[in-house]
Design a protein around this ligand. Sequence first.
Ligand SMILES: C[S@@+](CC[C@H](N)C(=O)[O-])C[C@H]1O[C@@H](n2cnc3c(N)ncnc32)[C@H](O)[C@@H]1O
Length: 286
Amino acid sequence: MLDPTSGRTNSDGLTGPTLGSPSDPRPAFGAVRGALRSTTDLPRLGVGAAKSQSPARPDRLPAYLEDNYRWAYLRPASLKIFDRNLVVSAILWGCYGRLKRAAFVELEPGQKVLQAACVYGDFSTHLAGVIGPEGSLDIIDIVPLQVANSRRKLRRFPHAQVRVADAAEPGGGPHEVVYCFFLLHELPDQHKRHVIDALLDQVTPGGKVVFVDYHQPVRLHPLKALMGAVFDRLEPFAKALWRREISSFATSAEEFTWRKETYFGGLYQKVVAARRQPSDENRSAP
Ligand SMILES: C[S@@+](CC[C@H](N)C(=O)[O-])C[C@H]1O[C@@H](n2cnc3c(N)ncnc32)[C@H](O)[C@@H]1O
């Protein structure tokens, strides 16, 4: 059996900004969540939604999003707080730039690209710039507020479109490269499976899906206890990525080659699933 994570390399560096005290994750995440409680709720999907070009437009938001991430994605005030490079970089312990660079090396200018969910900060504008006007960027998100916000950010890039769709039914394919940047850890395991399968379905032979997300840090990682506490309190589905390989959620993992790199003491991972071509040798299953 081929180890799906073979080819794993480790490009660590255990330095980064200190955000909050190790015994109290709230300054980094929970305090912001508390501050958002008084803001106006976002209407459910379909009310005041941006115009969709998606063949599979969801008619309501999934419970995991309503129950766990209302504070982060469903309130207009969230955009003002979180949609800044500095904030995203702080939440990612200074690794935002490094993780974006790791993601974008998988891409060639002119390619047809899908981004499976909106991302705060300049991820999408940066990505659109790397793709260039010869290519295309198709961004989906299940929350109309996030779609409208990304459309605003991408106004300068006519080769980028943003639409409402569930990553479990993205449509618009096939694509040459698909990005899934910090979405999986927010999904219950069953949704992880659906989204991973749907994104893998989007790519033709030679195409690839690039997952960037959390990963189990090394045993003595100074942030391991803090991140564990943050996840226990705020991100109930994230620790599944500490226990399981992303490839293990895929129904047809053997149709892909899997490559993994970890960063920042293992706290983050990039997993690249490339669809095998008929000419590929070593067609062994993971
Ligand atoms: C990419 S993830 C996390 C990104 C990261 N925390 C950041 O810096 O923005 C957040 C986005 O995923 C979206 N999302 C959640 N579930 C989704 C799904 N099933 N399909 C498409 N988008 C989804 C949310 O609406 C949100 O905009």
